[in-house]
Design a protein around this ligand. Structure first.
Ligand code: TRP
Length: 449
């Protein structure tokens, strides 16, 4: 078969938007605010920022180097750069991680569509009991499974349209809409009576709440939020051009993701305080506390529609990256068509996702190691698989890729002259510091099983 030209993004902006789209997701809007809420407000943010700067960014650079240098999917990348070695199994682990992650991600993605539609139909009133409403939704077989599959099909639809016409274009629209809408909601949030309290909470550290666990969750959140550790960045980077400067792309992605997480906090926490609620509510924040708050505030109906649209758009742009990683793998390694690869991926994910969706209802009594399917998939992928892949990626980029090649990838493209000390420091982090810290996280998470 003649070798076809590989897919690629049209422009550098396309690469950046796709990476930002992958990074900004439920992690920022749903998980970040409640982690801040339960871990001492700004104290958590400070630790999170340090983790991002010193660990997550260097690892992201490594994924980028591997992807762009090899111009191949996650598995193919390791195979190409270290032929005849076992490194390629890092790619296998990355692909499996994507499947696990996507399987529970689409369930929450489904909830966002459900709540978006309910907001449009204006079914929520101040009298609604939102905890019961949420529990009924997740435990109902038909409703939960239907929306999970609907979300999955939306993701598959974008993937089939291809890298330029599907991924690049969708991310362009979704990210522009997201940026505009979140700013609008933040401005509105600043007019609420609880705005001052919310901002105080967000920007005043309470170090008494910080424990070793806080540091672990900050790092885990960094991986999840920046989409590190499952080959998604390797895959997107493989569609990038050598004219794009990799440090610039990494920095813009990280900054946008962090800004968005903070904006999400600035949008949500004032509303929580205005309603006299507790920000340490936990996972129910986005689907129980917020709809209650929306139902009880002026313009709440419109805000609710906007908020669930934002949540949906962010979730979709992220799930696209997870599916594309596996589709690129099937397409290139098994020489399948894009459509065929998508169907295979859709089939596999449907099975797992349905199990995850049902674990709130009919399968709630079915537990593995004390976890329901959903919780197990969440725990294993976020706490173990992502970190393990990240560790292998670091070791690969630090010890296997030649120093000249590593530096060459980082310095190529753009008009910037990257100082030597920065390159050297980066390499020390990648070779020694990041692997040790990530290994500690993995051991800790395994103990928690
Ligand atoms: N970053 C996304 C979020 O914040 C989740 C995500 C999408 C992800 N693709 C990923 C996480 C790849 C790890 C790896 O919700």
């Amino acid at each position: 078969m003649a070798e076809k030209r590989r897919d690629s993004f049209k422009s550098n902006l396309g690469v950046i938007l796709a990476l930002v789209g992958s990074a900004i997701g439920l992690g920022n809007l749903w998980r970040f605010p409640y982690l801040v809420g339960t871990n001492g407000g700004a104290a958590f943010i400070i630790i999170y920022l340090l983790c991002i700067l010193f660990l997550c960014m260097p690892i992201m650079v490594c994924e980028f180097v591997i992807g762009r240098r090899s111009q191949a999917n996650t598995f193919g990348a390791f195979k190409k750069l270290a032929p005849g070695t076992g490194w390629k199994y890092t790619g296998t682990l990355a692909v499996i991680t994507c499947v696990i992650l996507l399987s529970f991600y689409v369930v929450v993605g489904g909830w966002t569509i459900d709540y978006f539609i309910k907001s449009l139909r204006m079914v929520f009133t101040p009298e609604t009991d939102f905890a019961t409403e949420f529990n009924n939704m997740v435990s109902s077989t038909s409703e939960n499974v239907f929306y999970t599959l609907l979300f999955l099909v939306c993701t598959a639809g974008v993937i089939v349209a291809g890298v330029k016409n599907g991924i690049e274009r969708t991310n362009k629209y979704l990210m522009s809409a997201l940026a505009a809408l979140i700013v609008f909601i933040v401005i509105y949030a600043m007019t609420l009576p609880g705005a001052k309290q919310g901002l105080n909470f967000l920007f005043h550290p309470d170090f008494s709440k910080v424990t070793f666990r806080t540091v672990l969750s900050a790092l885990g959140q960094g991986f999840l939020s920046l989409s590190i550790g499952c080959g998604a960045i390797i895959t997107y980077a493989s569609y990038a051009n050598r004219k794009d400067n990799l440090l610039k792309t990494t920095t813009i992605t990280t900054l946008s993701d962090t800004m968005f997480a903070l904006l999400a906090g600035m949008a949500i926490l004032p509303a929580v305080f205005s309603a006299g609620m507790d920000p340490s509510e936990g996972a129910g924040l986005a689907f129980i506390s917020l709809p209650y708050i929306f139902a009880n505030m002026s313009f709440g109906k419109v805000l609710s529609i906007i908020f669930y649209f934002i949540l949906f758009a962010a979730a979709l742009s992220s799930s696209i990256s997870l599916m594309e990683t596996v589709v690129a793998f099937l397409k290139e390694e098994y020489k399948k068509s894009r459509f065929g690869s998508m169907l295979i991926m859709l089939g596999i994910t449907t099975v797992f996702a349905v199990f995850c969706a049902l674990s709130f209802g009919v399968l709630s009594g079915f537990k593995i190691l004390g976890f329901t399917f959903f919780d197990l998939f969440d725990y294993v992928s976020s706490n173990i698989c992502l970190a393990t892949c990240a560790l292998l990626v670091c070791l690969f980029a630090g010890w296997r890729i030649k120093k000249e090649h590593f530096y060459d990838e980082i310095t190529s493209g753009g008009k910037y002259k990257i100082p030597k000390w920065l390159l050297g420091t980066l390499r020390v982090f990648v070779r020694y510091i990041a692997p040790v810290i990530v290994a500690i996280i993995i051991v800790n998470s395994l103990i928690g099983l």
